[in-house]
Write a protein that binds this ligand. Structure first.
Ligand code: SF4
Length: 493
C-alpha cells in the first residue's frame, strides 16, 4: 500500500509594521534554513513555501506549518501560528529567535525546535507522523559531513541572489551577535567539492556567500578560501558574488587575487567602529587586536583587486554620544568604505549584550513579544551612557540622511570607480546604498510634494547641480556597461 501523502507549508514571516533592514523586497534573501528543512523532509511530503517578502500568508489545507523567524519577525510568526492553530493546523517553529527564546516560542506554537535542524527535524517528523510530537526538541551542532545541500526548487520567488553557506560557527563571541551561541565556537567547514557542486546548481545572476567568516581565522582558513575561489574559476561558475568577512580578508594577496578572479565584487566587512573605545564596548576583539589604524591599508588592498567594500557599522555603543556618532559618520564618508550598512546597536536575545542589559534593567522596549518588531537595527531600542533612546534615534535620522542622500551616494559611487576601477562594483555599490537608504529613510518616502520617491529623489523635482551634471555620466555608463548589470539585478541575466 502506498504511503499517504502529506503536505508541509514552510513560511518565512515578515514584520508588517516596520520594514527595517531585512524587509525591503529588493534586498530579500531566501531563507536557507527552510531549504535545508525541505532537503531533510521525506518524499511522501509535498512542500509549499511562502515568503512574506513577496506574498502574504493565507490559510490553506496542509498537515503542518513550519515557521522560521528572525527576532523582528517573531510577532508576525506568532500571529501566523495562531491563525493556523485556530484552523486546526499543527505548527512548528525553528530559526534563530525560537532557538534563543524557546520558552517564549512554546507559548505560541505547538512545537519548538531550537538549534540546528539536521539531526532533530527527522526525529520530530517521525513523532509527528506517529501522532505523538513533543513540545520541544533541542538540536545540536551538525557534524560537517552531515550538512546537506539546500533544496532550491522551493524558492519560487524572484530573488536576485542565490545564497550558499560553506561553513558554520564562529569563536569570536562579539557582544552584539548570536552566531557563536547559535552555531558554536568551532568552525565547521564543508567539503569544497560539495560546496562547488551546490554552487553549480544555482540559477540566479548573483551569489551571496553567507558565511560569517569567508576566510576563517585559523591556520587552514587561507588555503581553504583559495581552494574555494580557484574551484569556482576552474568550474566556470561565472557569478558576481558578495561575501561576508572579518578584516583578515585583506591580509593575503593571493586570497584577494582569487576572490576577485572568481567574481567577488562586494565584500561585507565587520568594521563596526573606528575607535578603540567603541570596539571595546561591543567586545569586537578581532578589530581591537589589529588596531583601528589597520583599516586604511586593508581597504586599499581590497580596492586594488577591484573589490568594493560594504562596511558594516554600528551606532549607539555604550560610550557613544552625539559627537561620537557624527565622528563615525565622518569616518565612514572619508574612509574608503563604498556601501554603508549603518545599524543601531540592538540587544538581540541570546547575545551577551542582551543578557547584560536585562540584568541591569535597561531593556526599555520590553513589552514582548510585541516589541520584538522594533528589533531590526533601524529603531533605537535603548539609550547609551550619554544619550536617551529618543536622542539616539533623532541623531541617527540625521546621520542616515547625511550618508544616504542622493548626492552623497552618487559621490560614493564615483569614488568606488576611482578606487576599484571596476564599473560593476560601482553599480552594485550604488544600488546597495539606494537599498539601505530606502530602508532607513522610509519615514521620508511618500507621495506627498515634500516627500522622497523610492529612487531617493524629491517628489518636488528639486535637484542639486551636482546631480544634474552627473546624470550625463550615468547615461554614458549605462550605455556602455550598466544595462547588463541592471538586468542582473532584476534577475533577468
Ligand atoms: S559579529 Fe562576526 S566575528 Fe563577531 S561573533 Fe558574530 S559572526 Fe563572529
Amino acid at each position: 500500500m502506498s504511503e499517504k501523502r502529506k503536505k508541509l507549508l514552510l513560511v518565512n514571516p515578515v514584520n508588517r509594521e516596520s520594514a527595517g533592514l531585512v524587509n525591503d523586497p529588493s534586498t530579500s534573501f531566501m531563507p536557507l534554513g527552510l531549504g535545508i528543512i525541505a532537503t531533510l523532509t521525506p518524499d511522501h511530503w509535498d512542500i509549499e513555501f511562502i515568503d512574506e517578502s513577496f506574498e502574504q500568508f493565507s490559510v490553506s489545507r496542509v498537515d503542518l506549518v513550519g515557521l522560521t523567524s528572525f527576532t523582528s519577525n517573531a510577532p508576525r510568526a506568532y500571529e501566523i501560528a495562531s491563525i493556523c492553530r485556530e484552523n486546526g493546523i499543527y505548527t512548528v517553529m525553528g530559526g534563530v529567535h525560537a532557538s534563543m527564546l524557546p520558552e517564549e516560542a512554546k507559548g505560541y506554537v505547538d512545537t519548538v525546535i531550537a538549534g540546528e535542524a539536521e539531526l532533530i527535524w527527522p526525529v520530530f517528523l517521525c513523532d509527528f507522523e506517529a501522532g505523538n510530537p513533543g513540545q520541544f526538541y533541542q538540536g545540536s551542532a551538525t557534524p560537517v559531513e552531515l550538512i546537506p545541500q539546500v533544496r532550491r526548487d522551493i524558492f519560487k520567488y524572484p530573488y536576485v541572489n542565490d545564497l550558499v553557506q560553506t561553513s558554520r560557527g564562529c569563536p569570536m563571541g562579539c557582544d552584539f551577535c548570536s552566531v557563536t551561541q547559535l552555531c558554536g565556537k568551532q568552525y565547521r567547514e564543508r567539503n569544497i567539492e560539495d560546496v562547488l557542486d551546490e554552487m553549480e546548481q544555482t540559477t540566479r545572476p548573483l551569489l551571496f556567500i553567507v558565511d560569517d567568516h569567508l576566510v576563517n581565522n585559523n591556520k587552514q582558513g587561507r588555503e581553504r578560501a583559495i581552494r574555494l575561489f580557484k574551484g569556482m574559476v576552474d568550474r566556470g561558475i561565472k557569478k558576481l558574488w558578495l561575501g561576508q568577512a572579518s578584516m583578515n580578508f585583506a591580509d593575503d594577496e593571493e586570497v584577494l587575487y582569487w576572490a576577485a578572479r572568481s567574481g567577488c565584487t562586494l565584500i561585507l566587512l565587520g568594521v563596526e567602529a573606528e575607535t578603540t573605545e567603541a570596539l571595546t564596548d561591543v567586545k569586537k576583539r578581532l578589530n581591537l587586536k589589529r588596531g583601528v589604524d589597520s583599516y586604511e591599508n586593508a581597504f586599499k588592498r581590497i580596492h586594488k583587486h577591484g573589490i568594493a567594500i560594504l562596511g558594516a557599522m554600528i551606532f549607539g555603543m555604550e560610550s557613544d554620544g552625539r559627537k561620537e556618532l557624527m565622528d563615525r559618520r565622518d569616518f565612514i564618508i572619508k574612509s574608503g568604505i563604498d556601501a554603508i550598512q549603518a545599524s543601531i546597536l540592538t540587544p538581540l536575545p541570546g547575545t551577551g549584550l542582551f543578557n547584560r542589559m536585562k540584568n541591569e534593567n535597561r531593556i526599555v522596549l520590553n513589552h514582548f513579544p510585541d516589541d520584538w518588531k522594533y528589533y531590526h537595527f533601524m529603531h533605537a531600542t535603548t539609550g547609551t551612557s550619554k544619550m536617551t533612546r529618543d536622542e539616539l534615534q533623532e541623531t541617527m535620522e540625521e546621520v542616515w540622511w547625511s550618508m544616504y542622500n542622493k548626492d552623497n551616494i552618487r559621490k560614493m559611487m564615483f569614488r568606488t570607480i576611482w578606487k576599484t576601477r571596476n564599473l560593476k562594483a560601482a553599480y552594485w555599490v550604488y544600488g546597495a546604498n539606494h537599498n539601505y537608504g530606502r530602508v532607513v529613510l522610509e519615514n521620508m518616502i511618500n507621495d506627498g510634494p515634500d516627500g522622497l520617491n523610492r529612487n531617493l529623489e524629491w517628489n518636488s523635482g528639486k535637484r542639486s547641480i551636482f546631480l544634474k551634471l552627473t546624470d550625463f555620466i550615468l547615461i554614458i555608463l549605462y550605455a556602455i556597461s550598466w544595462n547588463k548589470m541592471v538586468d542582473r539585478f532584476r534577475g533577468r541575466y
